[in-house]
Design a protein around this ligand. Structure first.
Ligand code: KIV
Length: 274
């Protein structure tokens, strides 16, 4: 039996069973090369719609399309062997009705081969999440700071600072979990809110800017690698400055080309003769 067939891919059930156990490690991935570098290090690879900002240079995630998510989701599933791959549903593809959401999610699942989808929203999405999960589509919820609602939320700002806002986020998480989500992303909330949600809901919470109390953590890979420098949210920890390495390498290459140090004879066919 080959190593490939020995390797068991992490399932949404495995993730669901990790509630309260070893923290769940999640990173975003949008491309095949990055997926190959991350696959063995994480439990979940999230094909986040953050790709609109990180890969396509958009100012928000609102312009991301279903086609983009399917193309990037397909690349990530193809290049991964171990991680559970979850694909974000883009803005406008699931909010209209449970039926419209099912059609879009089924397309994403069938065409990418991913293990499940993630969608943003709380109480207002609970019916849709129940509709999807009862029809075999594993759903990861996303409450708190929801980037697709950035205009309605008044910008990218921490959520749950006042009592009413905190109670609404907790109610959202409970509704999403009770509707059948296998895990819930909690984004940009104060620690007390994340703590309450994590202690109440039966499924794992995955925090981003929501403190260490969650059952797992997610970051945008380019943020932690220093490859996305448009802005750096407070909750990001930089583990490398690859952006600087890229610029240094590109400058060295440009210098070599301009001074004809590259290509050298070892890079040429036929001994570098013209
Ligand atoms: O789009 C994304 O990458 C996300 C995570 C940051 C949670 O939703």
């Amino acid at each position: 039996m080959s190593a490939t067939t020995d390797l068991k891919r992490i399932s949404v059930r495995d993730i669901r069973l990790r509630k309260g156990g070893e923290p769940i490690v999640v990173l975003t991935a949008y491309t095949a090369p990055m997926t190959k570098l991350l696959d063995d290090c994480v439990d979940i690879l999230l094909v986040g719609d953050s790709l609109g900002m990180v890969v396509y240079g958009m100012e928000t995630t609102l312009g991301v399309t279903l086609e983009m998510m399917i193309a990037h989701g397909t690349a990530v599933v193809r290049a991964s062997r171990r991680a559970c791959v979850i694909v974000d549903m883009p803005f406008g593809s699931y909010q209209e009705s449970p039926e419209a959401a099912f059609k879009a999610c089924a397309q994403v699942m069938a065409l990418t081969g991913c293990a499940g989808v993630k969608l943003e929203g709380g109480i207002e999405m609970a019916n849709t999440i129940a509709f999807l999960t009862r029809r075999g589509i594993p759903v990861m919820g996303h409450v708190g700071l929801r980037p697709q609602s950035v205009h309605a939320l008044g910008g990218f700002r921490a959520q749950g600072r006042d009592g009413a806002e905190a109670a609404a986020i907790v109610a959202d998480a409970v509704a999403v979990a009770e509707a059948g989500a296998f895990a819930v992303v909690v984004e940009g909330t104060i620690e007390a809110v994340a703590r309450q949600i994590t202690s109440i809901v039966a499924v794992p919470t995955i925090g981003i800017g929501a403190s260490p109390v969650c059952d797992g953590q997610v970051l945008v890979t380019e943020d932690l690698l220093g490859l996305f420098n448009d802005f750096k949210p407070r909750f990001v920890k930089r583990y490398a400055e690859l952006g600087e390495l890229v610029t240094t390498a590109a400058r060295a290459y440009a210098d070599d080309v301009r001074t004809r140090r590259f290509p050298a004879s070892e890079h040429c066919f036929g001994g570098g003769q013209k």
